[in-house]
Ligand binder design. Structure first.
Ligand SMILES: Nc1nc2c(c(=O)[nH]1)N[C@H]1C(S)=C(S)[C@@H](COP(=O)(O)O)O[C@H]1N2
Ligand SMILES: [Mo]
Length: 312
């Protein structure tokens, strides 16, 4: 059967390529043909090597196009469809992350060194925004816990605080001052140390085999799959180890609507809407939202004895 080139979507190509890669040396010719095709059609070409996820929960992936075309990144705009058209002003090379606070010795690490130091793996995760939409993303990254160990935090470091880059030439909304979408830039997020060390928590540098697009938080962003999407802070420039619970940007702006924990919880509604259901990008019908976004087995123990209504 002859396939019309125009009918080939990025995802079929991606899947085909993965199958070819699995087949090994015998398929090198076919595989390179596909690679050429991908280049010609301007489709994402894998530029990362990583260990594949076995996808034990058999999650159905959202497409590359969906994941890169519908974004929340208020430093550009509040228009989810608009972010990708504006995100080119973010320059991600060179890029450094500053590590400070309660560590043996503060330091700065270059993104290039991070890429050399940490081996990458794929993590296929559900991702649930507090607004009621969700998707399944094949992230590429490494465990935040591994990175934290190398930061050598002191014993009184109880929380980790993250900051997005502050640069009002790269992020137009940061130049708007009090008229900006976020009350006070840079965007801040935080995790309790045990949440940060949980093996599900990753720093992501790519998705679908390719380094992150700017709209998804290039060059490096947090992914915490059992929490609402706003915890997964993008384009990280600073990581601080601190004694007290950090005040995250959304809590600062609307404390009765957004807390520090932000665990996905269908039983605790947002003051303005229900959290019982969610719409997966590209789907017509809503589906049930799962406790801890389906990661209850892995993370429920972190919150034993806590009132999840109070600590929302
Ligand atoms: N710096 C920064 N990080 C951010 C945001 C943002 O506006 N600025 N939005 C958050 C929200 S609300 C969501 S749902 C996710 C969206 O990630 P995505 O665009 O890759 O899907 O990023 C989170 N991280
Ligand atoms: Mo979100």
């Amino acid at each position: 059967m002859k396939i019309n080139q125009n009918e080939i979507t990025p995802e079929t190509l991606f899947e085909n390529r993965r199958k070819f890669i699995k087949l090994g040396a015998a398929s090198v010719v076919a595989s390179s043909t596909l690679m050429e095709l991908m280049a010609k059609e301007n489709l994402p070409t894998s530029d990362l090597s990583y260990k594949k996820d076995t996808n034990p929960n058999n999650l159905e992936l959202n497409t590359y196009k969906q994941i890169t075309s519908y974004n929340n990144f208020y430093e550009f705009t509040t228009s989810k469809e608009g972010v990708k058209h504006m995100a080119h002003t973010l320059v991600t090379t060179p890029w450094t992350i500053e590590i400070d606070g309660l560590v043996e010795k503060p330091f700065t690490i270059d993104m290039q060194d991070i890429m050399k130091k940490y081996s990458l793996e794929e993590r296929i995760y559900r991702f649930r925004c507090v607004e009621g939409w969700s998707m399944v993303v094949p992230w590429i990254g490494f465990e935040l816990g591994k990175f934290i160990k190398d930061c050598k935090p002191l014993s009184d470091a109880k929380y980790v605080r993250f900051e997005t880059l502050w640069d009002d030439e790269m992020f137009p909304d940061q130049a708007r001052g009090v008229f900006g979408n976020i009350k006070r830039y840079p965007y801040v997020e935080g995790l309790r140390m045990d949440e940060a060390m949980n093996p599900l928590t990753i720093l992501s540098v790519g998705l679908y085999g390719k380094t992150l697009e700017n709209q998804n938080g290039a060059p490096i962003r947090l992914v915490v799959p059992w929490k609402y999407g706003f915890k997964s802070i993008k384009s990280i420039a600073k990581i601080s180890f601190v004694k007290d619970e950090p005040l995250n940007s959304w809590q600062e702006m609307a404390p009765h609507e957004y807390g520090f924990y932000a665990n996905v919880n269908p039983k605790v509604d947002h003051p303005r809407w229900s959290q019982k259901r969610e719409r997966v990008l590209g789907e017509l019908f809503k589906q049930k939202t799962l406790m801890f976004n389906g990661y209850e087995k892995e993370v429920a123990h972190l919150y034993k004895g806590m009132d999840l209504r109070k600590n929302f």
